[in-house]
Design a binder for this molecule. Sequence first.
Ligand code: FAD
Length: 318
Amino acid sequence: MKVTEYFEKAQGKTLISYEVLPPLKGGGMQAIFDTLDPLMEFKPPFVDVTYHREEFIYNIRPSGYYEKTAIRKRPGTVGICASIMHRYGVDAVPHLICGGFTKEDTENALIDLNFLNINNVLALRGDARKFDGKFIPEPDGHKYALDLVKQIKEMNQGKYLDTNIENGEKMDFCIGVAGYPEKHFEAPNMSSDLAFAKAKVDAGADYIVTQMFFDNQKYFEFVEECRKMGINVPIVPGLKPITKAYQLKSLPRLFYLDLPDELVGALEKAGSREAIREVGIEWCTTQSRELKARGVPCLHYYTMGDSETIRRVVEEVF
Ligand code: FAD
């Protein structure tokens, strides 16, 4: 079933969903099951699986020269999706990115997903590779998530890149896209970012999932601004509990977000590892309760492999 159909069927009841990361190359499927097994009793209708572009590593050769090699550290998104659907009987939402994909690669990836009966995707641009400094698309790839949404929409109409294909099978993808309550870091301002979010929805995106945030007010304002602009699709809040002291610095750096003074103060005062985790759980629980009370369509938890913490939050809220 499509993600948006779950929202419609829920008739205003808040659903729950999770995001998991493929294990590092060399790891097995059990890591994903270990994360999800303790969380599935809360009945998420769907689980997202992230996609990770290749990165470059530099190996020193016997001659002394460095050799640049591309590696995919976390392969397996599509296989993991199929496995999740099979084991738990829920839908899986693979993330599909522009980075590293030509339009042809994207078309082939969508064909694979369709054959596997996976008809939900989260369409993203992807981040810049560490050594690139800025996002560089493939020569025949998409520069923005907007163009990826357009290609998926075309395939939903049976339009393939090869125009000789007549009466091609129509796909039926439900398309999610990313949204940023605190603005995407590259956007010059919020209104520019919102205009591009609207373009993704106008092009066919069916719902938005937000970047994590720690101040619900930012989410409420984002939704309000989206509605004013005529973005009327469901907007799903993305949440993550803070569990470690270093995240006070790493989360703002990696995700370009602001942590509220009250949360920072409580975490700084907490002292021990366990106390820090308790503060993070309590904060996320309070956020979740308020969002649920306000009737958000779904609470989407970034698990990052930590099912125990997510379970503590979800047990309190659902
Ligand atoms: P876009 O919507 O393309 O926007 C990128 C920037 O360009 C924005 O600043 C926007 O304002 C601007 N822009 C958009 N369209 C245009 C245009 N036509 N002309 C000019 N400017 C434009 N990354 C991964 O690699 N793998 C994942 O699995 C993954 N999952 C994610 C899940 C969620 C819920 C979120 C919020 C993010 C995820 N990301 C993932 C990170 C994401 O790829 C990055 O945030 C990336 O930098 C932007 O992706 P986007 O799809 O929002 O890009």
